[in-house]
Design a protein around this ligand. Structure first.
Ligand SMILES: NC(=O)c1ccc[n+]([C@@H]2O[C@H](COP(=O)([O-])OP(=O)(O)OC[C@H]3O[C@@H](n4cnc5c(N)ncnc54)[C@H](O)[C@@H]3O)[C@@H](O)[C@H]2O)c1
Ligand SMILES: N[C@@H](CCC=O)C(=O)O
Length: 514
């Protein structure tokens, strides 16, 4: 099992046959042995709630308790108590824990991935990909911490007999709040950042992702993290709000929508002193296809990026600007590739797109398609897939003849707008004219065009000629994932070198030898 091919989002050409053979057995076994159970969690004593899979609303994920206001207080108190020691844990102790956790995650990765498949409705490859990514986070981040000696620096000697160093101290207790779309990788990324820099954590998974949330807690227990350093609360916005407003929290690591992230940040600004809010938020990610592009590659990169995980990635390509000289050719190549992708039950190995997450996403998709029919032109998709018990849609390519809400707002569904252009400069200016700034991509074989894009695109994650995903597929240590503008608050992203220092505050020690 350990030698199965790895999924990294970018290795699209790999032969996953042995992985599929394993999953053919493991997915039904998981469904039989794990789904439908009733769960307990120490800081969730409220009434239990039944959660269902988007794959099929009759498929019960399990019954999960919800945290009360007192549970949230108790979880924070538990973290504060444990933080007294964990905040002082040596670099060696934290690295040893990270190594043990990485071992546990490597053992449990298929279980975590399959849980995500059922919980979110991800395809097999997307689901296993995020579990693999989590393991690699536990390679990358600890290595960064070690390589930088905990980000400790020798400073200059101002006068003889005086030494000065800069050390980084954990803030104390971090609230970690996760979104639904990568319940494993994004939770583990934020939790890793907080824990290995010496913070205790109170973690809230997305309301309907309690299964992966509790699995993550189990892996930390198996890795021997001291009791109380990691605590879970379960529930929705009210539980998240109670957690981020608790005075016992020293910082928040949040990934989710712009609206929620900014509400947490705005609350922090009202307090007597600021606590860090590391918020990674929504995106509206453009791709540019010039007349010098390999059009088949461009179409494949855009389709994969716009429709992978049903368009529910912060990095999903949601607007494609195509040079009018090659627009028709691009539309044909897009249709040719997209029509071969299977939409259906993601337990099956041939499925590329599962259902959209919930009825709200289905309504957003349907409204966007209706608007595009009225104001523009649908070139591909947009229809519901009949005969399946869930929100299954064929992803849509919609040409729009002017900028609008569809080119500017995040929809988070498999819907990509096409805009024709005559000058790349104008297209990039329009693509930049949004409140977000996560990722962008270009397809061109002209170096001057690529250089212009790299100089002028207002986003933190840029790609050129990426067939595996025009704007998607960042990996720990490969693509630092920094949200600009309304996507991020700090100017530093996950998956890169500068993520960890954000969980620590600096202290200088100047010592005069007398
Ligand atoms: N930039 C990134 O790295 C990144 C990655 C993944 C997803 N996202 C974004 O996440 C969004 C999709 O996720 P979602 O629908 O789960 O987002 P969301 O904002 O609805 O929820 C995110 C989390 O916040 C909690 N929450 C809701 N209201 C809260 C409040 N008032 N106080 C505290 N917590 C609260 C939710 O319960 C959930 O756990 C999209 O906008 C997507 O672009 C961004
Ligand atoms: N890491 C993923 C996106 C995570 C957000 O939704 C990517 O780069 O495509």
């Amino acid at each position: 099992m350990q030698n199965l091919p790895r999924v990294t989002y970018s290795n699209i050409g790999a032969d996953f046959t042995p992985l599929h053979a394993y999953l053919d057995e493991a997915i039904p076994a998981f469904e039989r042995d794990v789904l439908g159970k009733s769960w307990e969690s120490p800081f969730a004593t409220g009434a239990k709630k039944k959660l269902f899979s988007p794959i099929d609303p009759s498929l019960v994920l399990g019954e999960f308790p919800v945290s009360t206001a007192d549970d949230v207080k108790a979880a924070v108190a538990s973290a504060r108590k444990a933080a007294k020691r964990w905040n002082k844990a040596s670099l060696e102790e934290r690295l040893a824990f990270a190594e043990r956790w990485r071992g546990v995650l490597s053992e449990d990765k298929y279980k975590l991935g399959i849980a995500s498949l059922f919980e979110v409705g991800k395809s097999r490859i997307e689901a296993i990909g995020e579990a693999e990514e989590s393991v690699d986070m536990l390679t990358f981040y600890p290595n960064e911490l070690k390589r930088n000696d905990g980000y400790r620096r020798q400073m200059i000697e101002m006068v003889p007999n005086e030494t000065a160093i800069s050390v980084q101290r954990p803030y104390g207790v971090f609230a970690v709040i996760a979104p639904f779309n990568f319940p494993v990788a994004l939770s583990i990324g934020m939790i890793t950042g907080a824990l290995i820099t010496g913070n205790a954590v109170v973690y809230k998974p997305s309301p309907e992702c309690a299964l992966t949330g509790l699995f993550i807690a189990e892996t930390l227990k198996k890795a021997g993290l001291p009791d109380g350093v990691f605590n879970v609360v379960l529930g929705g916005a009210d539980v998240g709000e109670a957690l981020t407003k608790d005075p016992g929290i020293d910082g928040v690591a949040f990934t989710g929508s712009h609206k929620t992230g900014m509400s947490i940040f705005r609350h922090m600004t009202t307090l007597p002193y600021m606590r860090p809010v590391l918020a990674e938020m929504g995106g509206k990610n453009p791709a540019y296809v010039t007349k010098n592009a390999d059009i088949v590659r461009a179409a494949q990169g855009v389709v994969r990026s716009a429709f992978g995980l049903q368009g529910q990635k912060c990095s999903a390509c949601s607007v494609v600007y195509v040079d009018n000289a090659v627009k028709e050719q691009f539309i044909e190549a897009f249709k040719e590739f997209a029509s071969k992708l299977v939409v259906g039950d993601p337990r099956r190995k041939d499925v590329f797109m599962g259902p959209v997450y919930n009825d709200a996403a289905a309504a957003r998709f349907t409204a966007a398609v209706e608007q595009a029919r009225a104001e523009g032109k649908i070139h591909f998709g947009g229809e519901k897939v009949e005969g399946l018990n869930g929100n299954y849609f064929v992803g849509a390519l919609a040409e729009m003849f002017a900028p609008s809400n569809l080119t500017k707002e995040e929809l988070f569904v498999p819907f990509v707008v096409l805009r024709g252009f005559d000058r790349l400069e104008d297209a990039i200016a329009e693509g930049n004219d949004v409140n977000y700034g996560l990722s962008a991509g270009i397809f061109s074989q002209d170096q001057a065009e690529i250089d212009y894009f790299l100089e002028n695109a207002e986003a933190g994650v840029l790609y050129a000629n990426r067939a595996s995903g025009a704007t998607t597929g960042a990996w720990p240590g490969g693509q630092p994932f920094c949200g600009w503008k309304g996507t991020g608050l700090t100017g530093k992203g996950g998956l890169g070198t500068w993520y960890l220092p954000q969980f620590m505050r600096e202290q200088s020690h100047t010592i005069m030898t007398v």
